[in-house]
Write a new protein. Structure first.
Length: 278
């Protein structure tokens, strides 16, 4: 039987220790769910663990075939600093290794359902009437990118989140590097008639950026008490995210049947693999 390639999860580099720790927790949990599959992960650019260390460890264990799944919501990266550039260096360093790429995560319907769940949690959970959503505007906040194509993906996700879910509207803002920022995004929501706004971070994991977004939203709300502002949580290490990563792996590796957790794992797992990754 042919040995399946290893799964290499590639994250965007960050000096945010909390975000890097949440990334490592996710990789570790996914590896535990698939003990027969070599799984490792690393970050491009700044931050630990570096992607090069993950590749070196697996090569040292005898791995020569990799499927790389980028753990990013934005399927656009800088040609010099992205995953492809980092893996080109690894291919030169490890001449016997081959690297195939899985599709980016993007605004997959499963992740949109997680975002919808985070919205309902922010609004108080439980049973809600259609009018609750009709009176709620969502401000979807992306990380922000120097590349216009990357920021356009946040607008795309906002449109997909708005379609058919009954919210008054879904506007966009960015934590850094792009306009509008969170206060400007909230200003726009109010100009469009919003009275209840949910600030929804379009982040996989929490950390400094999430705290900055929440502080900006809280500061704006103090200045405009006539508007109700609620902050939602990040996507987090959910079952949906784990299944999506494994599906991307399967597509690239041609190894079917791994995406779903084992039945015993489902029997004991909450929709969120980790209750708090902030």
């Amino acid at each position: 039987m042919t040995t399946p390639p290893a799964l290499l999860i590639a994250g965007t580099g960050s000096r945010d220790e909390r975000r890097a720790a949440a990334f490592q927790d996710f990789v570790r949990e996914l590896g535990a769910q698939h003990p027969d599959l070599p799984v490792a992960g690393g970050l491009t650019g700044p931050g630990a663990p570096p992607l090069s260390d993950a590749v070196a460890r697996l090569v040292g264990e005898g791995v020569t075939r990799f499927v790389v799944v980028p753990l990013s919501l934005i399927p656009v990266e800088h040609p010099r600093d992205g995953v492809a550039a980092a893996l080109a260096q690894e291919a030169e360093r490890h001449a016997d290794a081959s690297f195939d790429f899985g599709r980016p995560l993007g605004p997959d319907p499963r992740l949109l359902r997680v975002l919808e769940r985070r919205l309902d949690e922010a609004l108080g959970g439980g049973r809600r009437s259609p009018s609750d959503r009709a009176q709620t505007t969502v401000l979807l906040v992306g990380d922000g990118s120097p590349l216009p194509e990357g920021n356009a993906e946040v607008h795309r996700a906002a449109r997909l989140l708005w379609e058919g879910r009954g919210f008054a509207g879904v506007e966009t803002a960015f934590a850094s590097l792009a306009a509008p920022d969170v206060p400007s995004g909230l200003d726009r929501c109010v100009r469009l008639g919003a009275r209840r706004i949910v600030v929804l971070p379009y982040f996989l994991f929490g950390g400094d950026a999430l705290e900055r977004v929440r502080q900006q939203a809280e500061g704006w709300a103090l200045a405009y008490p006539e508007a109700e502002v609620v902050s939602a949580d990040v996507i987090g290490s959910t079952t949906e995210l784990a299944e999506l990563v494994m599906e991307r792996y399967e597509e690239a590796a041609g190894v079917p049947g791994r995406a779903r957790l084992a039945p015993e794992a489902h029997a004991h797992s909450h929709p969120d693999l980790h209750a708090d990754v902030r």
